[in-house]
Design a protein around this ligand. Structure first.
Ligand code: HEM
Length: 324
């Protein structure tokens, strides 16, 4: 269960939405809802192709449902910080790239010896500066090496010189969207924003923390930062559970021919993006709160009551034709 602190009004801005979304329901419908909201929000600005709570990119999408390639913007196990990483009181801030909490139970310590930057100073590192900086959730990176993208005329120039956290999930790249205000965002969306810290910290030098909603003038985590941190820890648990479910019931490949009113679903040893030693047979999977979907089922699970055979399809066939 996701539990947010609400020991400040800042924290409650996030928690009022997320608590309502997550406390009163089991976690899986919440995740489903969040994915749907995330898709609509991003889709309004950009084309999307999302499985697994991720920002999609048409360059990396495929019209077939079979074995989709990874999107470079997507969170992966690799870009989650290692659980053993933690901040200590005597770390060297010049070497330090923020090792945060997503995927682990670690939290930023209440001590900070690194640089604290004001909004004004950050604004001086906008797209026209020789050294553009970007900020995500109050973490600032020197993106000079990516000037082609963040400098004047670059495709992501609007991120330079500010904390546009919200837009890293929504793709709303105007003044209203480029804000550090997370109000109303789902846990999923905040996870997407956070993922950019993982990406930036691998690629660009860390500058420091931004004085603002997430960090104090001393660079110490604010209640709002703590709320984000707690949310991300819980999100990691939900994502793990979801991934396990997907490994257990990998999706089928599918081909729909709306015009002809028919479709075909089939299994391979890679369908659903899950590489495995067994192929499985197509079954309708009925998980509570989720749309019925086709899953490839291994022999040992065939008697699972959540499964239904496709009509007019042999029970041991690896492919089924469906009338729409
Ligand atoms: C919420 C939506 C999106 C956000 C927040 C976003 C953000 C970003 C950012 C910050 C970078 C620079 C990464 C770096 O510094 O290494 C980037 C690069 C890139 N993005 Fe996106 N992006 C989004 C959607 C898309 C979509 C829909 C596409 C596909 C059309 C796309 C294609 C690319 C490409 C090709 C690059 C590399 C650009 C280059 O090397 O010049 N992005 N994106």
């Amino acid at each position: 269960m996701v539990q947010l602190k609400d020991d400040s009004s800042e924290a409650s801005e996030i928690s009022s939405v997320t608590r309502a979304q997550v406390e009163s329901k089991p976690l899986w419908p919440y995740v489903l809802f969040a994915v749907a909201v995330g898709l609509v929000a991003i889709g309004a600005q950009h084309l999307t192709n999302s499985t697994n709570l991720k920002i999609g990119c048409p360059f990396h999408s495929s019209s077939s449902s079979e074995e989709k390639p990874e999107n470079p913007h997507n969170p992966t196990k690799e870009n989650l910080p290692a659980a053993e990483n933690s901040q200590t009181a005597d770390y060297d801030s010049t070497l330090y790239t923020e090792d945060l909490v997503y995927g682990s139970k670690k939290k930023l310590a209440d001590v900070y010896k690194g640089r604290v930057v004001t909004k004004l100073e950050l604004a001086g590192h906008g797209s026209s500066s020789d050294n553009p900086w970007v900020a995500v959730l109050g973490q600032i990176y020197d993106v000079t090496a990516g000037k082609r993208m963040y400098g004047s005329g670059g495709s992501y120039h609007f991120f330079a010189g500010k904390d546009g956290s919200r837009a890293y999930s929504t793709g709303q790249f105007d003044d209203e969207g480029l804000t550090d205000d997370l109000k109303g965002m789902t846990a999923e969306q905040i996870g997407e924003v956070y993922n950019w810290i993982n990406i930036f910290s691998k690629k660009y030098p860390f500058v420091g923390r931004l004085e603002g909603p997430f960090f104090s003038a001393e660079g110490l985590p604010s209640p709002q930062w703590r709320a984000v941190e707690d949310l991300l820890s819980e999100l990691a648990v939900v994502e793990t559970a979801k991934a396990e479910l997907h490994r257990k019931y990998p999706s089928c490949n599918s081909h729909y021919d709306q015009g002809a009113g028919k479709a075909e679903v089939w299994c391979t040893e890679k369908s659903g993006g899950i590489t495995r030693s067994w192929m499985g047979v197509p079954r309708q999977l009925h998980l509570p709160g989720e749309n019925v979907r086709c899953a490839c089922i291994q022999d040992s699970l065939l008697s699972d009551p959540k499964l239904k055979e496709y009509p007019d399809c042999k029970p041991d066939s690896t492919s089924c034709k469906i009338k729409l």
